[in-house]
Design a protein around this ligand. Structure first.
Ligand code: SF4
Length: 328
């Protein structure tokens, strides 16, 4: 079946993936493969902007690739590769930086957030992050980029940069990417308060064993007002209930919704049920992951093949870009 266009998405290698990555990104990545030609990039150069992400960078990159493949990325059709394996991206980044107004870059909310989070490491890479991101997108002649609301300003920046470049150099070398609105669910961590993430240690890694997964689930914070088993609960404010909606059969979700409100089910039992359903849902992932983990050469070969295919597209773009800016 003919595909509807080319989708690009980049993901930072922050180590073994967790449930938040699965629900917030992988699920959508896997589904997009049915209709689009997909280019998924593990953005290791972007990880260099923050010191903590560079620890174990190689291992983190490998682990993320393994998790993405286990989650259902199909490397025969999708291009899965590592950003730094395609050096053309840094060349394009430099060229695009000449049409990227500094004021606009320092005005982006994500830059301001990063400055707040890393006050002792405000480096050029942080300012230029959206330029490198633009280079990532346009290098592969991408039509669509799935973005959540927080990334929308970056995509808008990319679109403006493409227009500026094409106008300044009187060329059509770069394609203006369109936004593919993606519903990125905010997955809360086991603390029930903050977004799930490694840095807060409130995550549930996909690669945990069933028993380890159960233990993490049993640590999940529930309705904070429900102090005793006999207190009625409120599923609307409970993260366990939110997760049930994704992993538990509909009729059981309805039962929990009713029973929780009249203290017919306790939080311990409710979490046990969730752990069971989550473990069941993760069975195919774990089986694929174990199979791939036993053959690390296969994972490396997939990434090499992805980089080879990505470089072929990148070189076509760069020939046009170099010609436009009159570089050899
Ligand atoms: S019974 Fe379930 S839904 Fe209700 S508060 Fe406890 S964990 Fe949450």
């Amino acid at each position: 079946m003919a595909k509807k266009g080319r989708v690009f998405s980049g993901i930072r290698p922050t180590g073994r993936a967790h449930l938040g990555n699965y629900l917030g990104a992988f699920k959508n990545y896997v589904a997009l493969q049915d209709d689009y030609e997909c280019v998924y990039c593990i953005v290791d150069l972007h990880a260099l902007t923050t010191v903590e992400d560079t620890l174990n960078l190689k291992q983190n990159t490998y682990d993320l690739a393994l998790d993405m493949l286990a989650a259902g990325i199909r490397p025969e059709e999708t291009i899965l590769f590592v950003q730094s394996h395609v050096p053309q991206v840094t060349e394009l980044h430099t060229i695009l930086s000449m049409v990227s107004p500094l004021g606009k870059l320092t005005d982006l909310p994500t830059f301001k957030d990063m400055v707040r989070q890393h006050p002792n490491n405000v480096n050029y890479g942080l300012v230029g992050y959206p330029v490198l991101m633009t280079a990532d997108i346009v290098l592969y002649k991408s039509d669509l980029v799935p973005v959540g609301i927080d990334q929308a300003p970056h995509l808008e920046f990319a679109r403006e940069t493409v227009r500026s470049f094409n106008y300044r150099y009187n060329t059509k070398a770069l394609i203006e990417p369109q936004m593919k609105s993606a519903e990125v669910p905010k997955v809360l961590g086991i603390d029930g308060k903050e977004k799930m993430g490694k840095s807060l240690n409130n995550h549930i890694e996909l690669a945990l064993t069933p028993e380890e997964t159960r233990q993490r689930v049993m640590m999940m914070v529930t309705d904070p007002q429900r102090m005793k088993r006999t207190d009625p609960g409120n599923p609307d404010v409970c993260n366990v209930f939110t997760m049930h909606k994704t992993f538990t059969p509909k009729e059981d979700v309805e039962m929990i919704n009713v029973e929780c409100r009249r203290a017919g089910i306790g939080c311990v039992d409710c979490k046990k049920r969730f752990a069971e359903n989550l473990n069941k849902a993760l069975e195919p992932f774990r089986a694929r992951r174990a199979e791939l983990a036993a053959k690390p050469d296969r994972v490396h070969a997939i990434l090499e093949d992805g980089a080879r295919r990505a470089r072929a597209i990148a070189e076509v773009t760069m020939r046009e870009v170099r010609a436009a800016v009159q570089l050899p």
